[in-house]
Each structure stands twice: as C-alpha cells, then as structure tokens.
Ligand binder design. Structure first.
Ligand code: 2AM
Ligand code: CA
Length: 286
C-alpha cells in the first residue's frame, strides 16, 4: 500500500453528544484542578478582558478530542480568534461553508475563575449548516451539566429543564452582563439597567453569559440580556433555552443566529416586555 493511500484511523463510534459531554467534563475537571494556580494573567481587547494559560490549555484539550472523533469538522473557539468584531466576522466567514462547526468557550467567565468566584462554565455547541443542533454547558463548581439536542429537549443531570412561568416583568429575576467595551456598549447597558430595575423583582450580574443562559433554560432566571457578546458565549445556551420552551432573539427581536452579539433570552412570556423596555430606553446596542 502506498503511503498516500493510507487512510488515517478515525474513531467513528461516538455520537456528537457523547463527544461534547466528554469534552466539557474533561476540560471542566482540569480547569477546576487548576483553580487558584493562575500565574500569568493576560489581557485581550481591554484591561478587563482576561485570558489565562488555563483558558488556552482547556481549548487545546477540547479541540484535540473533537478532532480525534471528527477530523473533518471545523472549530470556532474563543482562543483561536483575535478579539474584536472584525476578526469575528472573518472567522465566521471562514467557516460559513463548513457543514459542521463546533463553537467552544473553554472558560466562560474567566474573570470569575481568576478571582475564585464560583460562576464560570465550559460551553460547547455544534452547528450544522449554520444552525445549532447541540449545546452543552458544564459548571464545574456545582458539577452541573446542561445538555440540549435540537428537537429532543434539554436536560440538567438527566432531568428535563423548563423555563420559568413568570408572566410579567414585575415577578421576574433578570440577569445581564457588564460590557468590557466602554464607549458604546457600557452606556447602552447602563440605560437598560436604569430602565429595567424599577420594573423587575431584581437583577443579577453573575459574569458568565453561558451559565446565565443555562439558568434561564432551567427556570432559575426569568430572562437575560447582554451586549457585545461572541458566538461561543451564546450558541449552546441559545439551544438550551429554545429546547426548554423559552425565546432567544437579538435585542431588537430578530431571530437568533451565530452572528448575533446583542442577546435577549427569556422564558418567552416576558420577552416583549424586556425588548420594549430596552427599545424605549434606547438601550438595544443597535
Ligand atoms: P469570557 O469569560 O469567555 O470572556 C460576562 O459579562 C460575559 O462577557 C462572559 O460570558 C465573558 O466571557 C464575556 N466577555 C468578556 N470579555 C468580553 C469581550 N471583550 N467581548 C465579548 N464578551 C466578553
Ligand atoms: Ca472564555
């Protein structure tokens, strides 16, 4: 047999979901074992946008595992893309004709991780022809694994998740994230907070977009919005919420897709109220 005719060995027996779970669990366990040991703190787009050797190591670990099983799949990972919207547009363009694209955030909530504030997660999604078909979010601090498969529902620890039943903003617990981009997104976010706080039960800012979205899916938060995010912060959580009966759009109410950066995610019932309040306050980030 010629060298060039040799077909590399490919493990074919595992499902996408099993690989995603394995990646999230392995990376999560490793991240947790490194908690409190970070030596070198790097910054990306701004002084508040942190990256560590643990983010990079975890992403490498996940990439390797995915490619062992699916060598022809594309991967869009946070640590593989330069910060900023232009680099993201290019990265999305580069994978747009790939049938399967894995979208990974090795640590969503790096600031929390660095400070030992136990609210961070590993987020892994798989898109087929541009549509998210699988989402896994793992919270290693609580050992909680959230899983969603398109059309098959969403689960935490094997139990189906469902969004909250709150009908009105007044009985809602919302979450948001505070932007690292201070000239445009920050004033917009502040205007949104100012308008929403008097209308809702209360507001939280936990610091992990993916985990906030998992919490909306699980009914622990009624809704969540944030400006200036990236696809790896949102993709897995968006499917979790949709499969739990909730609604995910951009902050102007347009359907969610991988390019959406300003996200509104709710139990569905309060969606219009959230969007209307953001719009009236000119706080949509558009
Ligand atoms: P990260 O920890 O993976 O960077 C907190 O509000 C959320 O914003 C987190 O999900 C965090 O993800 C994300 N985030 C932090 N810095 C960001 C940046 N410069 N651009 C976009 N999202 C960011
Ligand atoms: Ca990250």
């Amino acid at each position: 047999m010629n060298e060039k005719d040799k077909v590399p060995y490919v493990v074919t027996s595992k499902s996408h979901t099993a690989v995603a779970i394995n990646c999230a669990a392995k990376a999560g366990e490793w991240i947790q074992s490194k908690l409190g040991t970070v030596k070198q703190l790097g910054t990306k787009s701004s002084a508040q946008d942190l990256v560590t050797e643990v983010d990079k190591g975890a992403e490498q670990m996940i990439r390797k595992l995915i490619l062992t099983h699916f060598p022809d799949h594309a991967i869009l990972g946070e640590e593989g893309v330069e910060p900023g919207p232009e680099a993201l547009t290019k990265a999305l363009e580069a994978v747009k004709d790939e049938p399967y694209v894995w979208i990974i955030d090795p640590i969503d909530g790096t600031t929390n991780y660095v400070h030992g504030f136990p609210f961070y997660s590993v987020s892994i999604a798989l898109a087929y022809q541009g549509e998210v078909i699988l989402g896994v979010i793992y919270d290693p601090s609580r050992d909680e694994l959230f899983i969603a498969e398109k059309g098959k529902g969403a689960y935490v620890h094997g139990n189906p998740t469902a969004v909250s039943k709150d009908n009105d903003l007044s009985e809602s617990l919302l979450a948001t994230g505070f932007p690292t981009e201070h000239s445009f997104n920050l004033p917009n976010n502040m205007a949104g907070i100012q308008a929403l706080l008097p209308k809702v039960r209360n507001l939280r800012g936990g610091g992990s977009a993916a985990l906030h979205m998992a919490y909306v899916a699980a009914g622990r938060l009624s809704g969540y919005w944030e400006l200036g995010l990236n696809p790896w912060d949102i993709a897995a959580g968006a499917l979790l919420i949709q499969e739990s009966g909730g609604k995910v759009t951009d902050t102007k109410g347009r359907p969610y897709d991988l390019s959406v950066r300003n996200i509104a995610a709710t139990n569905g019932k309060i969606h219009e109220g959230l969007l209307n309040t953001l719009s009236e306050a000119e706080a949509t980030g558009y």
